[in-house]
Design a protein around this ligand. Structure first.
Ligand code: PYC
Length: 333
């Protein structure tokens, strides 16, 4: 076997959504903060992301996380998220996968019944409380970054002339949130292509108009996620299809999306603090969230979200790159 590199991975899935956790082979990336390391991968090492996420090693809805030494003294590990769509500032399902791998691979000191792992993410500190039983990670509760509503009842006119009303919120990424029925579509996986097309058309309009920018970090910008909630969704239990750039659905209930949704519901006066919110994915898997408190982000009201989900390890691998491989960056079909 010949290879230009050897990347060690523990593969997992969080409520159906893959996280390929890269445990070795990359080394410490340049950057004084985890966000600088995210930008370094985006600008200088996109080859690694593409190799690991694209076909034939990945697929069109692939997601992963590169483990790093932390850049801040109050954290155990750092994480740079990689996806088919790029490098996210924060990823909830990915963090649940990372915390599960760290515990089950013995990469943190494991304490039963709860192991606390403090993670340095590009979006800020995220604390994972892992429920551990007999060495197995049973569930992970994350305390996510401060989340906030950016705007309620915004209007967007789509290329087909339809005008829709949506809310925009941040939960580690920016989310446009609206009922799927505004597109005249049923919440039915057999209509996934139409649902995807509808979400992507709104995403384009949102970014072409007032592209959202994080008030404390201008490198965190753009709406790449559209949360289409199903008929019958309430502020206690909601089902949704999450459309993600450049054209795929989250299989998990989406942790940063759950955080943004809770911030949006709170801004609407529909979700009080310390109240359970069950968020269900397009494939029927669930995260259970709650808001732990309020805060401010650059002077605007924000909330402190938390959510719980489960992950399972699916394999271990060493990913190689043969010097003669005609697709060193993989491909997208
Ligand atoms: O769980 O935050 C999340 C997420 C973002 C994109 C896919 N999953």
């Amino acid at each position: 076997m010949r290879s230009k590199l050897v990347l060690h991975a523990v593969d997992s899935h969080t409520e159906g959504m893959p996280t390929r956790v890269i445990t070795g082979g990359i080394g410490t990336l340049p950057g004084a903060t985890m966000n600088e390391r995210r930008l370094y991968v985006r600008d200088h090492r996109d080859d690694i992301r593409q190799l690991l996420m694209n076909e034939p090693r990945g697929h069109s809805a692939m997601s992963g996380a590169i483990l790093q030494p932390p850049t801040r003294p109050d954290c155990d590990w750092g994480v740079v998220y990689i996806e088919v769509s790029g490098c996210l500032p924060m990823c909830g399902h990915g963090t649940i996968g990372v915390a599960t791998v760290l515990v089950e691979a013995g990469m943190v000191e494991v304490v039963e019944p709860v192991t606390t792992v403090r993670l340095d993410t590009p979006a800020g500190l995220v604390v994972a409380e892992v429920a551990v039983e007999g060495g197995a990670a049973r569930a992970v509760t994350l305390r996510n970054v401060p989340s906030f509503a950016v705007g309620l009842d915004r209007k967007a006119t789509l290329p087909d002339g339809r005008t829709v009303t949506y809310d925009l919120a941040y939960g580690g990424n920016f989310y446009a949130i609206l009922p799927l029925e505004q597109f005249g579509l049923p919440f039915d996986r057999s209509r996934k292509d139409d649902i995807l097309k509808a979400g992507l058309s709104l995403m384009d309009v949102v970014n072409a108009g007032e592209e959202p920018v994080h008030p404390e970090d201008p490198t965190v910008r753009g709406c790449h996620h559209v949360h289409l909630f199903a008929p019958g969704a309430t502020a206690r239990h909601s089902r949704h299809a999450m459309v993600i750039h450049p054209g795929w659905f989250d299989r998990s209930p989406c942790g940063t999306g759950t955080s943004a949704r809770m911030a949006q519901l709170h801004a609407r006066g529909e979700l009080p603090l310390h109240t359970e919110f069950v968020n269900e994915s397009f494939i029927g898997t669930r995260f259970t969230g709650r808001l732990l408190g309020t805060t401010e982000v650059a002077g605007r009201p924000a909330v402190l979200p938390s959510f719980t989900g489960r992950a399972w390890i699916t394999g271990t691998a060493q990913y190689l790159l043969d010097p003669d491989d005609p697709f060193p960056a993989g491909f997208v079909l």
